[in-house]
Design a protein around this ligand. Structure first.
Ligand code: COS
Length: 390
């Protein structure tokens, strides 16, 4: 299937047996394990620690990582399929999976040294430890080059000082990839990424955020006060940190696009089932065209989002540059997640407004997919720049 000349390659619509098995395993886990307690975890902002441990044992925490480094050696298509299934039920658990897989493990696997992979990647990919990615700051979210956190070069170590905001897995992680400025005069080319361990002297976890959605995931401010980070914990060459962050986020956006897709398809499936059960004016509500047309729009948009997610995954798996495709997938899928969940609540009427029916939570969870790992506005910058580039 050829698309615009800026989008590349062909698209294969057939899944392998392995991809189907991964999707089915994720679906079983979501329906049989995650569903139980999801409302309670959301209400009390309780981190799904046991569930994440089990996902690690099943190989879902380092899906795209070489088995030699503790991973499952799967492709990005399998990752998208798994993320959709998990996110249909519990977007809080799926963001933990997404950050660990694509922002932390994938970045370490692609750009880390052999020693860094042996020491840090193996336990993260096995799910024995959890990782966090620290880029955003109180005054640098979208404008990611304006890092105020500093990593002063002190010879055989960096002296790390600063504050990071809205860090997913902030309270539960052991390994933090921290973006910091070493050479301010060089702008983004002076930025480094350092591997920081929880427990290093001067490392502090701030208060947990009280959030609108994905309330089961734990989001914290992280502070560094004169943390001495050994030089061997820098990823890549001196000054590679910004490119590391951009490249890693590009892959992360496929995970979040798939999360948004799952939130949308989860809400759609609930709305479809409800529309067959609920009677109004003497017949099931899906027999009213007002509801049937909503379902038609929802299903069509979800399918389009699914194709964009799979396209981005296939381009990445082919080893091509996937920045454009991942941003398109995230921009569109997150918009579909928001629109679909609002309609799912509407179809449920008054029941949609109460927790027991799940769709209000999915609606709250959907919003963050338009914000984290690059807002929708940032995705439009990436997309338009790629389209307009000579
Ligand atoms: N992979 C590798 N390198 C990349 C890249 C990618 N996907 N995207 C950009 N770069 C490189 C560029 O090549 C450039 O390097 P050189 O100047 O050496 O060529 C460098 O990064 C800076 O790129 P650019 O000039 O495009 O930077 P801008 O300041 O214009 O910012 C945006 C670009 C806005 C796209 C970027 O800052 C961004 O993505 N911001 C959002 C960050 C984000 O997602 N925050 C959420 C926090 S994580 S939850």
């Amino acid at each position: 299937m050829r698309t615009t000349n800026k989008l590349q390659g062909t698209m294969n619509f057939e899944f392998t047996e392995e991809q189907i098995a991964v999707r089915d395993a994720a679906r079983d886990f979501a329906q049989n394990v995650l569903k139980h307690g999801v409302i309670e975890r959301d209400t009390h902002q309780r981190f799904p620690a046991d569930e994440i441990k089990q996902l690690g044992e099943l190989g879902f925490m380092g899906m795209m990582i070489d088995p030699n480094y503790g991973g499952s050696g799967m492709d990005t298509v399998s990752y998208v399929l798994a993320m959709e299934e998990l996110s249909k039920v519990d977007a809080s658990a799926s963001v933990v999976v997404s950050v660990n897989n694509s922002l932390v493990c994938w970045g370490l696997d692609k750009y880390g040294s052999v020693e860094q992979k042996q020491k840090y990647l193996v336990p993260l990919a096995k799910g024995e430890k959890i990782g966090a990615f620290c880029l955003s700051e109180p005054e640098a979210g979208s404008d990611a080059t304006s890092q105020r956190t500093t990593a002063e070069d002190k010879g055989d170590y960096y002296l790390l000082n600063g504050t990071k905001n809205w860090i997913t897995n902030g309270g539960s992680a052991s390994t933090y990839l921290v973006i910091a400025q070493t050479h301010p005069e060089k702008g983004h080319r002076g930025i480094n990424c350092l591997i920081v361990e929880r427990g290093m002297e001067g490392f502090m976890v701030g208060a947990k955020e009280d959030k609108l959605g994905i309330r089961g995931s734990d989001t914290h401010t992280i502070m560094f006060q004169d943390v001495k980070v050994p030089k061997e914990n820098r990823i890549g060459e001196d000054g590679f940190g910004f490119k590391f962050a951009m490249s890693t986020l590009s892959g992360g956006r496929i995970g979040i696009a798939a999360q948004a897709l799952g939130i949308a398809s989860g809400a759609y499936e609930l709305a479809l089932a409800y529309s067959k059960e609920r009677q109004a004016f003497g017949k099931p509500i899906h027999e009213h065209q007002a509801i049937a047309f909503k379902l038609a729009d929802m299903a069509t948009e979800i399918e389009a989002a699914r194709l964009l997610c799979l396209k981005a995954a296939q381009v990445k798996d082919a080893g091509e540059n996937f920045d454009l495709e991942s941003s398109m997938a995230k921009l569109f899928a997150s918009r579909v997640a928001m629109a679909t969940t609002i309609e799912a609540v509407q179809i449920h009427g008054g029941y949609g407004f109460v927790k027991e029916y799940h769709v209000e939570r999915l609606m709250r969870d959907a919003k963050i997919t338009q914000i984290y790992e690059g807002t929708s506005e940032i995705q439009k910058i990436v997309i338009s720049r790629a389209l307009l580039k000579d």
